[in-house]
Design a protein around this ligand. Structure first.
Ligand SMILES: [Zn+2]
Length: 268
């Protein structure tokens, strides 16, 4: 078997060129063999068996030659492929506890990013399957579970680098709608008239800010506070290109709530 790209990192006994011999001890599919060698199936973008494109379930015979390649970014989980004939309904994330800070940062960019720190691997995998979520993790064992279909094993260790990795891998810059989602509970924010919440504002907030949005779940209020410009710069540096898609206008200075609402948050 030959592992391309950075996949040899998962295969301790491969040669520097990514080659490894796999001894067939029983009836084994390509997926079985690849995962026995250490590579979670979620990290694979394409497979060939003796030079022909194939899927995970093809059975191996002695002498077969398998080429295993990682996905080519940007990865579109909503597109069908040989390995994923049934695409995901949309781009939604499930963030494992070992990369927990990604959840809040992805929400900052407007993405649906759930986390569930109390769930075990089985519960996380089941939820990912039912809700068709992309799992983000540094747990190879979790990503080898059959019910986990889409995932990224994070190569980076630092949270900021992990976000950059996810943005690049899934091409998120095109789709982000920064500051449109509650950072605490992942709900999309809704615009709210200042007159309806003015009694909850501190005097300076009442005086200087006009546009507000609210989380329908936790009732937290958001507006363009003093942290807003700082966070814009941080996101811009992180993405290395404008962190907004067709629906977002993060750096436009717009004061509407069309996907670019305020970020400084206060509870009642
Ligand atoms: Zn909320």
């Amino acid at each position: 078997m030959f592992f391309g790209g950075d996949l040899p990192r998962f295969v301790p006994r491969s040669t520097p060129g990514g080659e490894v011999q796999y001894t067939l001890g029983r009836r084994a599919s390509i997926k079985d063999a690849i995962e026995a060698l250490g590579v979670p199936h979620t990290e694979i973008g394409s497979l060939t068996l003796n030079g022909q494109w194939t899927g995970f379930e093809a059975l191996l015979r002695p002498g077969d030659r398998v080429l295993v390649l990682p996905p080519l970014p940007p990865v579109d989980v909503s597109a069908a492929s040989v390995l994923h004939p049934v695409p995901a309904a949309g781009l939604r994330f499930l963030v494992d506890v070992n990369v927990a800070k990604l959840a809040r940062m992805l929400r900052m960019l407007g993405f649906d990013a759930l986390d569930d720190p109390d769930a075990d691997d089985g519960a996380l995998a089941a939820r990912a399957a039912v809700e068709q979520r992309v799992v983000l993790s540094k747990d190879g064992g979790l990503l080898k579970r059959r019910s986990v279909v889409w995932a990224r094993y994070l190569r980076a260790d630092h949270p900021g680098e992990q976000l950059r990795e996810v943005v690049r891998f899934f091409g998120l810059s095109r789709y982000s709608t920064p500051f449109s989602r509650c950072l605490r509970c992942n709900e999309p924010l809704v615009p709210v008239a200042k007159a309806d919440i003015v009694h909850r504002l501190l005097p300076k907030t009442k005086r200087y800010y006009q546009d507000f949005s609210r989380c329908p779940r936790c009732d937290r209020l958001y507006w363009r506070g003093s942290h807003h410009a700082h966070m814009q710069r941080w996101l811009q540096e992180l993405c290395e290109e404008p962190c907004f898609g067709a629906r977002g206008r993060l750096f436009s200075g717009s004061t509407t709530f069309s996907g670019n609402s305020a970020i400084a948050a206060k509870t009642r």
